[in-house]
Ligand binder design. Sequence first.
Ligand SMILES: Cc1cc2nc3c(=O)[nH]c(=O)nc-3n(C[C@H](O)[C@H](O)[C@H](O)COP(=O)(O)OP(=O)(O)OC[C@H]3O[C@@H](n4cnc5c(N)ncnc54)[C@H](O)[C@@H]3O)c2cc1C
Ligand SMILES: NC(=O)c1ccc[n+]([C@@H]2O[C@H](COP(=O)([O-])OP(=O)(O)OC[C@H]3O[C@@H](n4cnc5c(N)ncnc54)[C@H](OP(=O)(O)O)[C@@H]3O)[C@@H](O)[C@H]2O)c1
Length: 269
Amino acid sequence: MPTDPTNAILLQRIDRHEDLALFRVAYKDHDVPEFEPGQFVTLGLPDLTPPDPSKPVRPGRGPKLIRRAYSIASPSTQRDALEFYVVRVKKGKLTEPLWDIPVGGDLFMNPKIGGHFTLDGMSAGRTLVMVGTGTGLAPFRSMYLTYRSTGRWDRFVLLDGCRLARDLGYRDEMEAAAAADSHFVYLPTVTRESEDSAWAGRRGRVNALLEPVAFEKTVGVPLDPATCSVFLCGNPQMIDQVEADLNGRGFVTKDRKHPEGTLVFERYW
Ligand SMILES: Cc1cc2nc3c(=O)[nH]c(=O)nc-3n(C[C@H](O)[C@H](O)[C@H](O)COP(=O)(O)OP(=O)(O)OC[C@H]3O[C@@H](n4cnc5c(N)ncnc54)[C@H](O)[C@@H]3O)c2cc1C
Ligand SMILES: NC(=O)c1ccc[n+]([C@@H]2O[C@H](COP(=O)([O-])OP(=O)(O)OC[C@H]3O[C@@H](n4cnc5c(N)ncnc54)[C@H](OP(=O)(O)O)[C@@H]3O)[C@@H](O)[C@H]2O)c1
């Protein structure tokens, strides 16, 4: 298993706010290998917490790596670096020190890219309903930017559910893309903006937008497993609730037994 904590370099960090940022990371010795949009890569940093004196010392070994998975937010056509969309978790073992790396600083990025949360096996011409909470938007950005000119879907409907408007980290880009692309529908919604805030857009959890009447009214077509496939990414409770709801409405979760499934998900924790 590769463990070099200096095999990659932080090229750029773009802050959306103090706890939300885009990280651009490159391998030092090679380009990004081929990958499918929707896949993730593991980032790592040395664990600098003082060693437990009751545990045996591992001679000749450096500090252990703290590793965490991150969905690739950039398109698979971009191979000089990868972009990640990351929220800082309070007291998070990796995200707290990740914010301390200066531009030009070292980190570990696994040379092996993995994951099955992709459009693989999805037939063309469907309505793809992509539901992200928080940074769960990342894999959908990669899919959209990679395939937007390829006729891979009839409609790409992106639900972006965040606590606050400032957490909608790709909102400007997605709104501009939707304005230019009649096959792309972008639906941001926020849950914790105060009533008197400047936010004039949609409010409430993504689940409300998936209700049959609300979906058809907003998107213009019914949310029907015959024509739509649904991808969920982010908060595990959102995934459990939406999966239960949509299984009851005829969507079959994709797995080994059901490779033709119309519901696919990626839990972030
Ligand atoms: C396949 C995959 C892809 C992922 N892609 C992304 C991504 O693109 N962007 C991103 O920000 N995160 C992503 N994650 C989550 C990421 O791997 C880490 O779990 C997260 O950054 C927290 O790590 P940490 O060490 O700072 O927190 P830890 O010290 O490991 O604490 C994690 C705990 O914090 C809580 N928590 C609160 N919010 C989150 C959150 N957003 N993610 C994880 N845990 C949370 C949970 O209770 C969790 O148990 C992904 C996870 C998986 C499995
Ligand atoms: N300090 C900050 O400014 C700040 C900001 C954001 C995040 N964070 C950190 O980042 C972590 C992750 O936060 P996040 O905001 O990215 O993710 P999150 O807590 O998962 O929230 C993202 C969106 O998902 C919604 N959601 C939660 N449970 C749901 C469910 N069961 N069904 C449908 N929607 C659901 C939330 O709605 P609700 O609002 O109704 O829960 C919110 O709109 C937090 O634990 C925190 O540590 C910090």
